[in-house]
Every structure is written in C-alpha cells, then in structure tokens.
Design a protein around this ligand. Structure first.
Ligand code: NAD
Length: 287
C-alpha cells in the first residue's frame, strides 16, 4: 500500500491566514479594528512565551493584540472585574483567558463570564451548547482545526465512522459533536473504554486526543483511514534529547493510513489559525 498523504497543518494554516488578512483589511476599510484581548494571570516563562507568539501571529494578519497581565495572587473578584470590563468595552472584539489559572481561582466560573460573542476560544458553555443545536457559534479552536484538516482531505465525513480517542471538554467532546453535526457515525472513547483497539480498527476517521505517546499503533488503524493526531507529548528520544511527539506512532501508521497529520506541524499550527479566524469572525459578527 502507498504511504499516507500528509495533512500539512502549516500549509493549511498559511492559506487560512492569507484569507484572514484580506478580511481584516475589509473590516479596517469600514473603520473596524480587529482586536484580541488576552488575560494572563501569573504564568511561567512558557506561558509568557506562548503569549508573545500569539501576539506575533495576530500581528501577521493585522489583528491588534492586547495582553492584560495580572498578578498570580489576583483574586476571583479581580479577574471577574477584568473580564466584565472587557465585555463592556466596544473596542474589544475578542477575549481569551490563558489557562491554567492559579489555584484557588475557579476557571470555569471565569470562562462562563466571557461575552458569548467575544469568546473566541469557545469556552463559554453557551458556545459549546450552540454547536449541539447546530447554530453558528464560536467553536473551540482545536476542535475546529481537526474538522478543517479532515475536510481538507476531501474524504466524505457524512456516513463515515469516526472514532474520537479522548473525551475532554476542550478537545475530545467538541470534536465528537462537530463530527456528529457533519453526520458521521461517532464513537467517543476514554481511558475506561473496553476493546478500544477494536473500535479504533473500525474507524474511517480516527482522531486521537489522549496525550499518550504511541497509543495509536499501525495495527489499530484501518487501511486508508484519515488519522488526526491532536496529542502533544514531550518525551526523551533514543538519542537522549527531548522531543515533541503526538499520540500516533507516525512512522509505522503512515504505511497504513490514507491521510495522516504529523506532530509537530499538524493540529498545532491550525489551532492558532482557527483562533485568528474566530477573532475575525467575532469582529465581523459584532459590527
Ligand atoms: P485531557 O487529559 O483533559 O483528556 C484526555 C482524554 O483522553 C480523557 O478523556 C481520557 O479518558 C482519555 N484517555 C487517556 N488515556 C487514554 C487511553 N489510553 N485510551 C483512550 N482514552 C484515553 O487532555 P486534553 O486537554 O484533551 O489534551 C489531550 C492531548 O491533546 C494532550 O496531549 C494535549 O497536549 C493535546 N492538545 C493539543 C492541542 C493542539 O493545539 N494541538 C490543544 C489541546 C490539547
């Protein structure tokens, strides 16, 4: 069997960003500034680097990025006030809160406060609920990235059997719901699922978001399946160096799958592109 076609997340993201640059220009021509306000409470070096990269990604398509840095001792009430102010500010078209929030802040109570129309990470339960009702909404970025990548293959989702490995609120569940909306037959698995290998073997579309290196081996992938790897795992390679790998045993599975997304260079860059797209969508919708 021929090797799988690689689903190149970087190339897809570049195409998305080109289209966004044009949409941002059109909004600017109407006097609308597209702006993403991000709240970072405390945060280690990694979180600050992530925010810096986010600022760069925004600026590349013409989106203004405002980072609101708060002390790691910020109280629930202080963070709440910041969100409420951003909700009220007409110059702010999009809001996101960097996770995790330091203990004992209740993160879901904060996410619930983000104005539905500005919630570009799709973390307000109203946005997740809207997906179930099939209404236009701001969809969690990683789930959206997964769907775009499957669609990019041209493989018909309707009527296919999709197996989603991992069922977290932020990735696994929204992916499963989006695939249901696209009329696939969806199986959602978690760490307690019995006979998971047999279920995976039956998948035309296999999405792994478990966070377990080499969970998806060649023997559990059906010939020709679309395999999307959401996992991001840091491991020490045979050479003693740290590397980032997904959940899929890429070098073996590429000989079985029809299409496969790599890590790095797969879902990650597309997730960033989807955050930017949601940000532009929010500005278009609220103006
Ligand atoms: P999580 O820990 O919240 O959820 C993991 C899910 O996988 C759970 O439902 C758990 O039951 C299930 N699971 C664990 N081991 C399993 C197994 N052996 N078989 C079947 N199911 C199993 O994780 P998360 O936040 O959903 O993230 C999952 C992975 O995706 C992580 O590696 C994370 O780093 C990555 N991730 C990537 C992006 C991206 O942009 N590429 C975004 C978010 C998360």
């Amino acid at each position: 069997m021929a090797e799988a076609t690689i689903i190149d997340g970087r190339a897809l993201a570049a195409t998305v960003k080109d289209a966004l640059t044009e949409r941002v220009h059109q909004l600017q021509a109407k006097g609308i500034n597209v702006r993403l306000d991000a709240v970072l409470v405390g945060g280690d070096q990694g979180a600050h680097l992530y925010a810096k990269n986010q600022a760069k990604a925004c600026s590349a398509v013409g989106i203004e990025y405002m980072l609101h840095e708060m002390s790691e001792n910020a109280s629930q009430a202080e963070i709440t006030n910041t969100i409420l102010e951003l909700n009220e500010n007409n110059n702010v078209t999009a809001i996101m809160v960097h996770m995790p929030l330091p203990s004992p802040v209740d993160a879901s109570a904060i996410q619930m406060l983000i104005a539905v129309a500005k919630d570009v990470e799709g973390v307000n339960p109203a946005n997740i609920g809207n997906i179930v009702f099939g209404r236009r909404s701001l969809v969690p970025c990683t789930a959206l990235a997964v769907l775009e990548m499957i669609e990019s293959t041209g493989v018909e989702i309707r009527g296919s059997r999709a197996v989603c490995v991992g069922a977290s609120t932020i990735v696994g569940k929204p992916v499963a719901v989006l695939l249901m909306q696209a009329e696939a037959t969806v199986i959602s698995t978690n760490i307690h699922t019995k006979n998971c290998d047999d279920l995976m073997r039956s998948a035309d579309i296999l999405v792994s978001a478990a966070g377990v290196p080499k969970l998806i081996t060649a023997d559990v992938v059906k010939d020709g399946a679309v395999v999307i790897d959401v996992g991001i795992n840091r491991i020490v390679g045979d050479d003693g160096k740290k590397r980032t790998v997904g959940d899929v045993d890429f070098s073996a599975v590429k000989n079985t799958a029809g299409y496969i997304s790599p890590v790095p260079g797969g879902v990650g860059p597309m997730t960033v592109a989807m955050l930017l797209r949601n940000t532009v969508q929010a500005a278009e919708t609220t103006n």
